[in-house]
Design a protein around this ligand. Sequence first.
Ligand code: TMP
Length: 393
Amino acid sequence: MSKIEFLDLGKQPITNNFLDTKNPKEEFMYKLKVTFDEQAKMVSLGEFVPPEKMFNENYAHRASMSKTMQKAYKELSNSIKKKFNPNSILEIGSNDGVFLKNFSENIVIGVEPCKNLADITNSMKIKTFPEFWTLKLSDKIIKEYGNFDFIYSANTISHIHNLEETFLAIEKTLGNKGIFVLEDPSLIEVIKNGSYDQFYDEHAYVFSLTSIIKILEKTSLEVFDIEKLSTHGGSNRIFIKKKRNNLKISNKVFKFLNEEKVYGIENIDVYLKFGEKVQKSKHELISIFKNIKKNNKKIIGYGATYKSATVLNYCGLKSNFIDYFIDTTITKQGKFTPGTHIPIIKPDETLKDDVDYAFLGAWNFKEEILEKEKKFIERGGKFITHVPFPNIL
Ligand code: TMP
């Protein structure tokens, strides 16, 4: 085996499992370890969590909850219409339709295994299959709808355990002139940002461009363009086509690949150093929280993200440090954070007067949040973040 473990984030819960009670009778936990496969050049979790435990009718994340994401998907849709003008679009992991709603419902199909979300888009007249993306499903879709001009998948392919089957199914479903766009957190950004919270149950993989190119070697697909995005704390939008389609491969692809190589993305030393940095980050964050509490100040959490579950559980930050979380997602409100059992409430217009510090669970929306919470900042309120290193803003 060429997989080397470089990070141990301890026992972790299902990040989507927001609890109804502070004292649950039982809670599923698993060991969150992160490994690097020297052959595949792939970073993945040491242990995968069964998909049905994560992606089910209780799935809480709504992609359209943030203004930043709404705007980003609208801009992307406009650019796709202009650049590729597709007549048929398939989205793998269509969530609540934040991307597909920008197109005519006659040309789009969604795939979404979380039934509560598939129900939302089906009621918007977007035909959605409430199923996992598999070869079997792709066969069914091709039989009914034929091949697709455009396949899109954001923050989903990195969640699917069997990558070989995933890409084979995409290869079959894509028309010969078709384009597949994949968007997921960027490994190099995770390492640079020290954002170890990108590792959680759902993120079975964190991709580099190098690792995607390696997987595609087994198919008739190839990368022809790449864009760096600021979403989710730094993501890559990777454009893929069939090799027989002679669209030019952008120089950006070679430049980016070289950047990864120079950074050492193929080298275990980079990951071992990252592992050490994360341990240091843990101790520093705990000491920031302890110092604040020594002075009897009140800390709350801002955005009960899936990511934040990794930080809270790894650092042991529970209700003794954080009084409550605020979150705009309705399905998280009135519940308790997984593993750490901190209450989650609906936010007011602005943070309450008795709040001294807010831990940025949704640090990937820092700009949007700082803009929204100007009053809190003006009255001396402070934010705590752990990226790129534990820090008070
Ligand atoms: P995400 O990082 O997985 O997209 O989740 C962001 C979460 O943060 C989501 O539940 C909504 C929440 N949130 C707030 O509560 N307030 C905000 O201002 C923003 C931007 C997000």
